[in-house]
Each structure stands twice: as structure tokens, then as C-alpha cells.
Design a binder for this molecule. Structure first.
Ligand SMILES: [Zn+2]
Length: 405
């Protein structure tokens, strides 16, 4: 309860800054079909994950091992409450699974972290550490406990625990390291370069992508502690995407460069869109911060709320860049990420470069009276440049260039 109160206080403070500034995601949620009536389009194998999950849900007499798996799959699709229940059930089921108690407690700690409940995360990760004799398992629990400490602002505690971890394959490790500010595990602000050659910049690559091979490094919802999509708002399936729309967030008050500051801003967008605007989820499918990190917004299986009316959102992938590009320039790092992400999406869904739009352009296509300054004149200029580069055959194109304007 206490943490909830603190959180609300935090949000209302932050909302003063954020609400009203994210004005470009302005589409009503349409009434629609319920979620799993048809096979959803499947970016990132989420269809397969959901199918396995449904199969387990339908199964009678689930074993402890089944419950653990159900918990993990539910976390992957962001169904935190179902994940929690599965892990509880795994503990009460006669868990014969190897290290079953330990794994269930790790799962519960992860759910607690995703729900931004550091007390529960601390509790579960401590117990997970005690519940195993396996040193690798103990290290995994320590990483989660370190994140819970960070959530409470206890950096030294987090550092101490990090020092006791030698495994390098724990999923949350890169997040922990970037939040601790150690070895560049997240894209950092590129250093100044000579000449207009953004493509040649040596931006450090994030250590792992949460998405399949070939995808740019996208930080999955779980990484920023997204809440689940609100099923009660009747989210509509996106189906096969056929266009991409670029936005700016129209904010002049941007977060600092740290991973956590930007993760926090993602949570603020989601909060505004879900709680104030009563949408199913954050309006955009992707958000790109000033440091070039690409954050997953709404799951691509669902239609977004960003382009205007219902028709404008159909088959439309929404990408927002943090900033106000009516007033200032997007960073070179942001432009690179926008290019990489767009290129990947176009290839993946066989979309023509001519189907990449700025918000204003797509809004007017559906209603000539609709108009917006989004994505800002400076970003608009880059979108035109980008579309030209995307048209070239792959061999000749390879990397974005920015026009010296
Ligand atoms: Zn917009």
C-alpha cells in the first residue's frame, strides 16, 4: 500500500510535466473484436507463445513444471496476473521440477519488478536465493534483488550484489548494468563527429535484442515495466501492417540520457494513454529516445492509437521520436534508429517506402480538414530524406545519410 501511495504521488507529479505534451497520439480506441478470436499477426513469435500458453491453460492437471512454464509464457505476453497465479500454483503443486521452488520465486520476483513493486521483488528474490544450492541460480536471484534495490534508489546495495555475479547470461543483466552506469551496455549518446556522416558513427550496440535475429535492438515492454494491455477496452488486432507513421512526442521537457529516466518516461506515456485517455495501451508501437534506444510500445499484434481516427490507425505502425521537432532537430542517433527500425519493418511486412508517412500527412489523407504540426518540420524533412534512401536497392543504400541542410 505504501509503495502504491508513493507511486501515485510520483505519477501525479510527472503528469504535470507529461500530460498535454504527448498530444500527437490522438486516436480514439475503436470498438472491436476480442483479442484471440483469430490468429494474430505474429511479429516476434508472439503467436507461438500465445498458442503454447493457451494449450497449457486448456490442459487439466498441470504439473509444477507446467505451471512454471505457464508463468514464463504469461510474462512474455505481459499477462502479469496470470503469471503470478501460475507461479503460486507451481509452489503449491507438488513441485518435483528441478529447483521448482527457486524458479517459481524467481518468476514472482520478475512479475513484482515488472509491476514496480520493489518490496515484493526484494522478498521473492531473497527467498529464491535461499531456495537453491545452485550457485548460478543464486546469482540470478541476486540480479533481481539488485534491480529491486535500484528501484528504491539504493545504488550501493545494487552494486554490491552485482559484484557477486559472474554469469553473463541472465536476461536482466544488461538492464542492471546500464542502470548502474557501468560498461556501455546500452547505446549512449554518440560523441561528436566530423562531418555529416551519421552512418559511420560507432554507436555501441546493446548487448542483446529482445527481438529475433535480424531485428534492431528493441527494448521489450518488460524492460521498462509496462503494465498489461487493458483487455476491457476492446483492443483491435492490427492484422498485416501496410504503412508506417512517424510522430514526435511534442515535448520540450525531455528525460536525461539514462536508461531509467527514459524507461520512466515510457511508463508515463502509458499511464497518460491508459488512465487519462482511456485507451487500451500506450498509443505508439515504438518510441525512440534521444539516445537512440528503441522502446517497444504497444504490442504489434494490436492496432495503435496515434494517427487520427479509426481508419487512419488501420494497418498502421506508429513510431514516435521523443522531442519537439517543430522547435528543434532530432538527434543523429535518433535518425539512425528510425532508419534502422523502419527498414526492418518495411522488409518484414513488405511495405513500400512510399507508405511511410508523417502524422500530418496520414491524418490529411483520411480527413483533409485534419491537420497537426506532428511530427514537426525538422523531422518531416528527415522522413522525406529517409524515404528516398529506403527506395534505393539494398546494396547501394545500406546506411542512412543526413542531408547537410
Ligand atoms: Zn503524431
Amino acid at each position: 500500500m505504501r509503495s502504491l501511495t508513493i507511486r501515485l504521488g510520483f505519477w501525479s507529479g510527472l503528469l504535470g510535466v507529461v500530460f498535454g505534451l504527448t498530444g500527437c497520439a490522438d486516436a480514439p480506441e475503436a470498438e472491436g473484436t476480442s483479442v484471440y478470436q483469430e490468429a494474430p499477426a505474429s511479429p516476434y513469435d508472439s503467436q507461438a507463445v500465445e498458442a503454447s500458453r493457451q494449450a497449457l491453460l486448456a490442459k487439466r492437471d498441470r504439473t509444477g513444471e507446467d505451471e512454471l512454464r505457464l508463468g514464463d509464457l504469461s510474462r512474455q505476453v505481459g499477462d502479469w496476473s496470470r503469471a503470478q497465479k501460475a507461479y503460486y500454483d507451481a509452489r503449491t503443486a507438488n513441485v518435483r521440477a528441478a529447483d521448482g521452488e527457486h524458479r517459481a520465486l524467481l518468476g514472482l520476483a520478475r512479475v513484482a519488478l515488472a509491476q514496480r513493486d520493489p518490496s515484493a521483488a526484494m522478498n521473492y528474490s531473497e527467498r529464491a536465493e535461499q531456495a537453491t544450492q545452485n550457485s548460478g541460480g543464486r546469482e540470478e536471484a541476486r540480479v533481481l534483488r539488485a534491480l529491486a534495490h535500484l528501484e528504491r534508489g539504493q545504488t550501493n546495495e545494487a552494486r554490491r550484489l552485482r559484484a557477486q555475479v559472474s554469469r553473463s547470461d541472465i536476461p536482466e543483466l544488461s538492464q542492471l548494468d546500464s542502470r548502474l552506469g557501468s560498461s556501455g551496455s546500452v547505446v549512449s549518446t554518440p560523441s561528436p563527429r566530423n562531418g555529416p556522416r551519421p552512418a559511420a558513427a560507432t554507436t555501441p550496440k546493446p548487448p542483446r535484442s529482445d527481438f529475433p535475429a535480424g531485428a534492431p535492438a528493441i527494448l521489450a515492454r518488460e524492460r521498462w515495466g509496462a503494465r498489461a494491455l487493458n483487455q476491457k477496452r476492446d483492443p483491435v488486432l492490427l492484422g498485416a501492417p501496410r504503412r508506417v507513421t512517424v510522430h514526435h512526442t511534442a515535448e520540450s521537457n525531455l528525460p536525461g540520457p539514462s536508461f531509467e529516466a527514459n524507461a520512466e518516461r515510457m511508463r508515463a506515456y502509458q499511464h497518460t494513454h491508459q488512465d487519462e485517455r482511456k485507451w487500451a495501451d500506450i498509443g505508439y508501437h515504438f518510441v525512440i529516445d534521444r539516445q537512440a534506444r528503441i522502446w517497444e510500445g504497444r504490442d504489434l499484434r494490436y492496432q495503435g492509437a496515434h494517427a487520427g481516427n479509426k481508419q487512419a490507425n488501420e494497418g498502421n505502425i506508429g513510431i514516435a521520436l521523443m522531442g519537439d521537432f517543430e522547435k528543434s532537430q532530432p538527434s543523429e542517433a535518433q535518425k539512425r534508429s528510425l532508419f534502422t527500425l523502419t527498414e526492418w519493418l518495411l522488409t518484414r511486412y513488405r511495405i513500400a517506402p512510399s507508405a511511410v508517412y508523417g502524422h500530418d500527412e496520414v491524418a490529411k489523407k483520411h480527413d483533409p480538414k485534419e491537420g497537426t504540426t506532428c511530427p514537426g518540420k525538422h523531422l518531416e524533412r528527415y522522413i522525406i530524406e529517409m524515404k528516398r534512401l529506403l527506395k534505393k536497392p539494398p546494396a547501394a543504400q545500406a546506411k542512412p545519410k543526413s542531408k547537410a541542410s
